[in-house]
Write a protein that binds this ligand. Structure first.
Ligand SMILES: [Zn+2]
Ligand SMILES: [Zn+2]
Length: 372
């Protein structure tokens, strides 16, 4: 998957001039678009085909890929497209009508068509514009359950899982220890494979790391007996992850290079997705913690001091006389820690109306005379 289109491009103008084709190709048909398609539609159509036929992909088709590329180089550029509509593809293949260089107008590097191609490959293949890109192992995602309190204060979690790790016997080289290395036959020790591709712009050469030696230029004389040359083995790993304070349900931590190992490259990343279990006592609203407390009718009327459960343990809350049901009380600094300090804990106090009253209680309430 190492495409360095924006690098190592050598146009051989001689090649362009020599190739003479008289049969006009239907670029619209190749890209599967209508004659009146917009530039955006053409670009989209090319992306789809480029993705489908890319020779680096399993099931790719290099010939079809080149054909789509050729069509896009013309139709993707307003000026060239106009010329094509007028003269057909021969105008772009050194065909009769344009002998002598006139037909090659616009085939310069600054033409927008070329920039688009770079963009497209950048987008598709991870933006490997800087030449040979290193191999990278797969990412892993694991799920971790947290209690409400763990999410508030952070914690340390021990993770145990099986993944591809660097082979212990060969240290990841893939070679039997002590036997040594030899020059890679595929790339003759250069570590690079060069691919040539003919396009409308001439021959484009792209380099990529040699697949046989993964760019190192040498291969082991004998493959490691544990990993059979892969350099990696599936092993159970355990390590400790620090869960920061104040994480939310669904948050994901990224641990760089803790994913699957790969021979001759960087390991992938480990993504730890956090699930915060519900707590019957508390709810979260950002950095605030919400809870409810029920008080009796007389406590509400006369005032009292009650215990409120918080993530820090029980805290005393003074209920002033004449407290109405639904009143909110703020316990400062008992919420979730954040970059701006700790949030608050908000208690909603509900007044319970007595369900059964004795004769005496009824009499007392009647004396209260609070009818509205
Ligand atoms: Zn090994
Ligand atoms: Zn090689």
């Amino acid at each position: 998957m190492l495409f360095a289109y924006s690098h190592d491009i050598r146009i051989r103008s001689a090649v362009i001039c020599r190739s003479v084709t008289s049969v006009s190709k239907d670029y619209y048909k190749i890209l599967n678009v209508e004659k009146g398609a917009s530039q955006e539609e053409i670009k989209k159509a090319f992306r789809v085909l480029a993705h489908k036929y890319h020779p680096d992909k399993a099931g790719g088709d290099e010939a079809k890929f080149k054909e789509a590329n050729e069509a896009y180089q013309v139709l993707g550029d307003q000026e060239k497209r106009q010329k094509y509509d007028q003269f057909g593809s021969a105008a772009f293949e050194g065909g009769q009508g344009f002998q002598g260089g006139q037909g090659f107008q616009g085939f310069d590097f600054s033409s927008s068509g070329f920039g688009d191609l770079g963009d497209i490959f950048g987008g598709m293949f991870g933006g490997a514009r800087g030449g040979n890109r290193e191999e990278r192992g797969s990412d892993i995602q694991i799920d971790v359950d947290l209690t409400f309190r763990e999410a508030v204060f952070g914690t340390q979690k021990d993770l145990n899982f099986t993944k591809l790790s660097s082979c212990e016997r060969c240290g990841g080289s893939g070679g039997e220890p002590g036997i040594g290395m030899k020059e890679c036959e595929t790339c003759k020790g250069s570590g690079v494979q060069v691919f040539s591709q003919r396009t409308i712009l001439g021959t484009i050469q792209s380099k990529r790391a040699c697949e046989a030696c993964r760019g190192s230029g040498e291969v082991p004389k004998k493959k490691c007996s544990t990993c059979a040359g892969d350099g990696v083995e599936r092993r159970r790993e355990s390590f400790s992850v620090t869960i920061p304070t104040g994480v939310d349900d669904g948050a994901t931590l990224r641990l760089r290079e803790k994913g699957e190992a790969v021979r001759g490259g960087r390991a992938g990343d480990l993504f730890v997705r956090l699930h915060v279990r519900d707590d019957a006592r508390f709810e979260r609203d950002g950095s605030q913690i919400l809870s409810r407390a029920t008080i009796g009718f007389s406590q509400a009327a006369l005032g009292d001091t009650i215990d409120i459960e918080t993530v820090d343990g029980a805290v005393s809350l003074k209920i002033p006389p004449s407290t109405q049901s639904g009143t909110l009380f703020r316990l400062r600094g008992k919420g979730v820690p954040s970059s701006r300090g700790r949030g608050d804990h908000i208690v909603t106090v509900e007044v319970r109306t007595p369900e059964k009253l004795s004769r005496e209680q009824k009499k007392l309430l009647e004396e209260l005379g609070d009818r509205v």
